[in-house]
Design a protein around this ligand. Structure first.
Ligand SMILES: Cc1cc2nc3c(=O)[nH]c(=O)nc-3n(C[C@H](O)[C@H](O)[C@H](O)COP(=O)(O)O)c2cc1C
Length: 164
């Protein structure tokens, strides 16, 4: 499935706000594991297709996409080989309240294509060309322009506040 609502929720945890009726959600309950791939510009159409079609009515939803999958060496879930970055997760918790249905996973491994790795050996967003979903206009936007350094851009202000 395509999931826009979710994010890292602590150092090694990811929370996905996904509906319990999705075929994906049922599969996660069955296997106790899942993978999360980052949709990028080159794979936008298929990522969108995964958000339109449902495995509840299409038995071969994945096959129809023409993409390929291999079993993760770390968790009981498949990795879609076409996507450049994938988080391999074990189901840690299901949070069900009146307002939230969240699947929380422990990220046990991250696999990445060489071509998105930067000089420092880490995933480089400028190479990844990840997509962000915009809730206002339902658009996909590119996330590939670095505009600042976290824990640094606000340093001067923090130091000034401390001196006062
Ligand atoms: C851009 C986009 C974002 C989506 N984000 C979510 C989401 O965060 N949570 C959710 O429950 N469904 C989301 N969906 C809907 C599911 O991806 C969709 O219902 C899908 O058909 C479920 O597939 P499945 O039944 O095979 O698991 C999104 C769909 C799109 C197109």
């Amino acid at each position: 499935m395509n999931a826009a609502w979710g994010m890292i929720s602590s150092g090694d945890k990811i929370a996905l706000f996904i509906n319990e009726r999705h075929a994906t959600t049922k599969a996660i309950h069955q296997t106790g594991a899942f993978t999360v791939s980052i949709a990028d510009r080159d794979h936008m159409d298929v990522a969108d297709y995964y958000g339109i079609a449902t495995g509840n009515t299409l038995p071969d939803k994945f096959a129809q996409s023409g993409y390929h999958a291999e079993k993760s060496a770390h968790v009981n879930a498949p990795i879609i080989t076409e996507f450049p970055v994938t988080m391999e997760c074990e189901l840690a918790e299901v949070v069900q309240t009146e307002n939230i249905h969240a699947i929380v996973g422990t990220i046990v491994n991250v696999s990445a294509d060489e071509k998105v790795i930067g000089e420092n050996g880490k995933v480089d967003p400028e190479k990844l060309n990840a997509l962000a979903f915009d809730n206002f206009q339902s658009g996909y936007y590119l996330v590939n322009q670095k505009v600042g350094q976290a824990w640094s851009a606000g340093k001067e202000l923090a130091q000034k506040a401390q001196r006062q």
